[in-house]
Ligand binder design. Structure first.
Ligand code: KMH
Ligand code: ZN
Length: 276
């Protein structure tokens, strides 16, 4: 059982339209402001999707680099870039994200239906992500949308070895239509398949946010929250901002006697390289 709780904020994602969610952080300034607010109330890592000037998702390399630099300048957060991007992003653009040299990057362990879309993650592509992250000293967060992807993670580690730093960290993304359900029973089933010595965080999308958060805390796991995953704070009530979600997660973590970890503690936990 971990003594503290790593809280990751996923503030933007690639799915919500700014026109529908006006408080979604999409500019670098908005992202930095959100990051600072979230760090103040207990976040230690940020999972970043960026948007272009038109507010649409982009994987523009210079903008990714500028975003990483701005977040490092203004916060102590561990900066994790999404290599998942949007469902329409080609593999070569998703691989190029790693050239922005974040501390960490997501690595989804298989293809999954994603609402009415398909989130493609071919085996050869996953292997390439894993190897390129290790070459660059980037710590992967293995994103798991369905239970079979944990078997793929074992296969990856058996065939291609441990990631940069040697520690394995998994994020269970639960409740996506097409993926595993977001409930305690499924979380426990997932834990039986997580590699020995690995740490995990969990997030439940939409209305599964709270059940997944409570289940993860009670099982010794870490938390991811943010407007990428839910734009409702409660039934019929929109999220005010990402900090509101982080503050609630931090409050529950304190009640569980596993208070939020500081970014430096998380760097040690995840074995984030000093040079990145
Ligand atoms: N936007 C989803 C298609 C990740 O960040 O690595 C993929 C996603 C996962 O959000
Ligand atoms: Zn994401």
């Amino acid at each position: 059982m971990s003594t503290g709780t790593l809280i990751t904020v996923a503030p933007t994602g690639a799915e919500h339209a700014k026109s529908y969610v006006p408080n979604l952080p999409v500019t670098i300034e908005e992202l930095v402001r959100t990051a600072k607010d979230c760090e103040r109330v207990g976040a230690s890592m940020i999972h970043v999707h960026i948007r272009g000037a038109d507010t649409q998702p982009t994987l523009d390399l210079q903008r990714l680099k500028d975003t990483v630099a701005a977040l490092r300048e203004e916060t102590s957060l561990v900066v994790q870039l999404s290599t998942g991007g949007a469902v329409t992003d080609p593999e070569e653009h998703r691989l190029r994200v790693l050239d922005a040299l974040p501390d960490s990057a997501s690595c989804t362990m298989g293809t999954v239906n994603f609402g009415d879309d398909v989130f493609m993650n071919r085996w050869e592509f996953v292997v390439e992500l894993h190897k390129r992250m290790r070459d660059r000293g980037i710590v992967p967060e293995y994103e798991i949308f369905d239970l079979g992807q944990l078997a793929s993670l074992r296969r990856l580690l058996d065939q291609h070895g441990l990631p940069s730093g040697g520690h394995v960290h998994v994020d269970l993304v639960m409740g996506v239509p097409g993926g595993m359900p977001g409930d305690a029973e499924t979380l426990v089933a997932a834990l039986r398949m997580i590699p020995e010595g690995a740490t995990f965080s969990a997030t439940g999308v939409g209305r599964t946010s709270i059940p997944v958060m409570l289940a993860a805390l009670s099982a010794g796991g870490h938390l991811r929250v943010g407007m990428e995953d839910t734009i409702s704070y409660a039934r019929g009530e929109r999220v005010r901002d990402n900090a509101q979600l982080v503050a609630r997660a931090a409050g529950l973590a304190k009640i569980a006697q596993r208070p939020p970890m500081r970014p430096d503690e998380v760097r040690t936990l995840l074995q984030v390289a000093q040079s990145n």
